[in-house]
Design a protein around this ligand. Structure first.
Ligand SMILES: [Zn+2]
Ligand SMILES: [Zn+2]
Length: 192
């Protein structure tokens, strides 16, 4: 299987976001994977994944749907991007969610999901800041994709730091620490 990350738009989303993210992820993951592509298929939002009392989508259900889809289409990795607020379980909200491969079998297709709604300053009634927004999208994308490559939360200065708030998300760097980077190289280097 070619090591391709597919960016998957879910529901309505500005395509320019995907194009910019594709370019940055291609650069970021260049030593680890073959390429990053935008999935040509469109995946709709699903009413059954919407929780009307919370007014949020259930990210766990959406990422499971993506996982089924990428397993069928044999896509190495999929990152869904949704312009809606999402939650999971008891958490009030999540920036993203990923399915972590079992037994470190990196060859099986895996899926992850990020939301962009809470990464916009407008969500907090503050004036938009385009470059800050794009950096946030990139960080969350790398973080969730990192999980699909078996990386766990990390306490170093690392993009795999757990973040529970926008402030924490902004504080983590846009890179893997040496330890995570080495893990990733070892794991992906063993694939063929
Ligand atoms: Zn995480
Ligand atoms: Zn790390």
């Amino acid at each position: 299987m070619k090591k391709v990350i597919y960016l998957q738009k879910i529901g309505d989303l500005d395509t320019i976001i995907l194009k910019k993210l594709k370019k940055k992820l291609n650069w970021f993951f260049k030593e680890f994977i073959d390429s990053v592509e935008i999935s040509p298929d469109s995946i709709p939002l699903k009413e059954s994944e919407y929780n009307p009392s919370r007014r949020q989508y259930n990210g766990s259900l959406t990422v499971r749907r993506l996982h089924k889809y990428c397993s069928e289409s044999k896509h190495f990795r999929t990152l869904g991007i949704i312009d809606k607020d999402i939650f999971s379980g008891e958490l009030k909200f999540i920036f993203g969610i990923a399915i972590i491969p079992k037994k470190q079998d990196l060859n099986s297709p895996e899926a992850s999901l990020i939301q962009i709604m809470r990464l916009k300053e407008g969500f907090y009634n503050r004036p938009e800041n385009k470059s800050q927004f794009e950096l946030r999208v990139l960080k969350e994308a790398i973080h969730e994709l990192g999980h699909t490559f078996c990386l766990k939360h990390c306490n170093n200065k690392c993009v795999m730091q757990f973040s529970n708030s926008l402030l924490e998300a902004d504080e983590k760097p846009t890179k893997f620490c040496l330890s995570c980077s080495k893990k990733l190289k070892d794991l992906l280097g063993n694939l063929n």
